[in-house]
Structure formats: structure tokens, C-alpha cells
Design a protein around this ligand. Sequence first.
Ligand code: ACO
Length: 427
Amino acid sequence: MGTITLTNNQTNESFEFELIDCNRGPQAVDFSKLFERTNIFSYDPGYGSTAGCKSTISYIDGKNSQLLYKGIPIEDIVEKYRFTDVCKLLLTDSLPKDKTESDEFDLELRHRGFLHEGLVNIFQAFPDNAHPMANLSSAVAALSTFYFEHRDMHKEEDYQIMARRIIAKITTLVAFSYRNSIGAPFIYPDINRSYVENFLYMLRAYPHGKLKHTLKGEQEITPLEIEALDKIFSLHADHGQNASTTTVRNVASTGAHPYAAISAGINALWGAAHGGANEKVLIQLNEIGDVKNVAKFVERAKDKNDPFRLMGFGHRVYKSYDPRAKTIKNLKNELDKKGIKMDHRLSDIAEKLEEVALSDDYFKARGLYPNVDFYSGIILTALKIPVSLFTPIFVIGRMPGWCAQLIEHVKDPTTRITRPRQVYVGK
Ligand code: ACO
């Protein structure tokens, strides 16, 4: 602890503000009474210097390429735990103590994976070619009409049921959103398949007959594919106060239904500056087309008269390599060796892009490195997941983080309705 003194040179008045010691990382100054005490407020577009809450969920060290979930490094998370374990960790502060507890949690989610038939019918109102993200945010908002009771949560059990319900149903909603977008009939969840396998099954299966795990061809779901997607989900599970998490918190701060807040988070994630970048990366790699064109696109990205940006590059917090990108890149190479064949043309372009950009003064000076979205699309493509589903995949991965952050926000007596000020420059 300590204080910081702010002096107004116009009036010669000085004010002391308390410093807050964070458990990790730089200190913060408590400016919550800045306006009350000084009649001056802070101006911080994009909130790069502002914390709106205290949190115990994830920690990012942007200088040293570190990401922790509940104190555990992301590399260990991906290596040792499955996604449903990570969900339990974020929601309850503890990992399953053994395989039985881990399986029980997965099974609980499977039980909750079905949708009310009324919700299934809602999909029929959407046009066939709607983007799955549009279907998804609407369907999640609609979920609040079926589980209205979650608007009033008081006991720990209330929070847990709300969170587990949406984590369970989001895979079904994503699969239905996709199948709706291609006009294909829905495949209902199969209680006998694990959380991640079930998702791939709902995406790929034919609606008739008994599909066996051993079936060869497009519908086969291999353990390696399940493991790969599981890791991708875990890598996306939480990431501090990013734009979509902040949106979830902001909407929840008004007392709105939690699924309405999460629906808003889905919309925030959709943008290309945020989770929508994973879709744009793949489109851009195809546009570059060949490693020999990489240098030309890097030049375009540096040209201030050209709006072109390298998608999957740069991050507000990381000014060094995003540890998730490093893990995804390694995963890509490992999967390729183990038999999930990557598109080598795209993979080579991406690696060349990284090499050229990282040795370029423009990128070095600005600390622009590949982020989580840069390599994920290459793996998702190898898993036969269509490009329009890349951001919905991010939604599934981020769901436990949004839920944990929302619960933390509404339980914290020090949080208030989010209501920033403005610097008025109008008439
Ligand atoms: N390509 C080229 N230049 C870039 C890029 C990029 N991808 N990203 C940032 N820059 C440049 C900016 O032009 C700016 O240059 P300047 O200082 O000369 O004006 C400087 O780097 C800082 O960029 P800002 O936009 O101020 O950084 P900010 O923190 O506001 O934005 C963001 C971060 C949105 C991620 C940005 O880097 C970007 O648009 N990246 C591409 C989209 C992307 O990959 N988004 C996914 C992020 S990860 C996630 O949300 C899951």
C-alpha cells in the first residue's frame, strides 16, 4: 500500500489517493472517489489504464507472455486438464479431485445439453444463410425466456445452475446455429458422448440411422480430434477484462438476466478486432495465397494510408508473444505429425507472415505478435470445421469465463452499475 499525490497546477491543490497492491503485476491507484473529491474525472478511451473491477479468475502478464487461470499457467492447463475440468475450476475455484469427479462434471453437462423444444423452433424463423453468430446471440437471449428464474440469483446453487446450464447448452446452440445456416436438419445431443465429442457429433452426424464411433469417413470422430478441440476450448476459457467479458459485466451490472448479458458478450466477441479475427485470419491467409506474397501484405499492414491490418496480430495487453498463440502453434505442428493433416499452404503462409513481421521494425516497435486467433483457424480447418463457425467455437471456449466473471461481478458488493463519464465537446 501507499499513496499517490495528484496536484492541480491551476489551483495548487493536492490530493492523496491510495495505491492498491495487486497480488501480481503493477500497482493500481484507487480513483473511485476522484471526481467526488476533485471535481475532475479521468479520460481514458478504450480503458487501457482503467480497471473496473477486482478479479481472481485469470491473470495476464503482457510483458512476459504469461496467462494464468486461477494461478495455473495456461501451458499446464492445456497439458493436464480437459475443458470441462477448466469449467469446474473457473466456476468453483477447484479442479476435480480425481477422474470420477471429472467424469461426473462432464456427465452433468451432458444431461443439461438438451434444448427446450420451443427454443428449437426459434431457429426455424432465421433465414437459412444467417451467420451462426447472429443465430447464436439471438438464441442465447431467447434462452432467458425459458429460464427466467435465473434473473434472481441468491444462493451459490442458483449461480452454479445458471452457469452449468448455459455451458452445457451452448454446444447444442452452436451446432444448431450452424446446421440452420446450411439448411441441414438438427442432430440432438447424444448423452453417451463426452462434452466435446458430442459437439463434433452434432455438427457432423447424419440425422438417421445409428452412427457408430467406428464409422469411417466424414462422420468419424477420432480421439485425437476430440483432444485437439478440447485444448482449443481450454485456451479460450478466460482472458481478464477483454471487450466481451467487459460487456457481460456491464450488462449484468444493470440487473439484466444473465443470459441477456452473455448474449451481449457474444455480440461483442463477433467483431473482427476481437474474437471475429479468427474467421478473418483464414480469409486473409487465402487472400495472400502464396508465401511469395507475404512481404507485400506486410508492407500494406505498415502503410498508414491503407486500412489493411494483419488479422491475428497485436493485442492490447500482450506486448510480447501471446502464450496462447505459442501453444496453438505447437499444437498445430504436433497434430500434423500425429495424423490430423493441416493445410500446408496456409500453414506455410502463416509461419512466413510471422517470421517476416517479427523481424520488421514496425512490428517490433509496436510489440505486435501473433495472438490467439492467428493459428487457431488452421487447426479448426483441419478438424473440418467451417470458417463461419470459428467465432462460435470461441464462444463455447469463453463461456465458463463469462459465467465466472458475471458471477464474480454480481456477488461483489463493491461493484456498481457501469456508468462512465464523457468529455463533452459538442454545442
Ligand atoms: N496490423 C498492423 N498494425 C497494427 C495491428 C495489426 N494487426 N495491430 C495494431 N497495429 C498498429 C496500429 O496501427 C497502431 O500503430 P500506431 O501506433 O502507429 O498508430 C499500433 O499498432 C497500436 O495499435 P492499436 O490499434 O492502438 O492497439 P489496440 O490495443 O487498441 O488494439 C487490436 C489491439 C484491436 C487487437 C489490434 O492489434 C488489431 O486490430 N489487431 C488485428 C485484429 C485481431 O487480431 N484481433 C484479435 C485480438 S485477440 C482477441 O480479441 C481474441
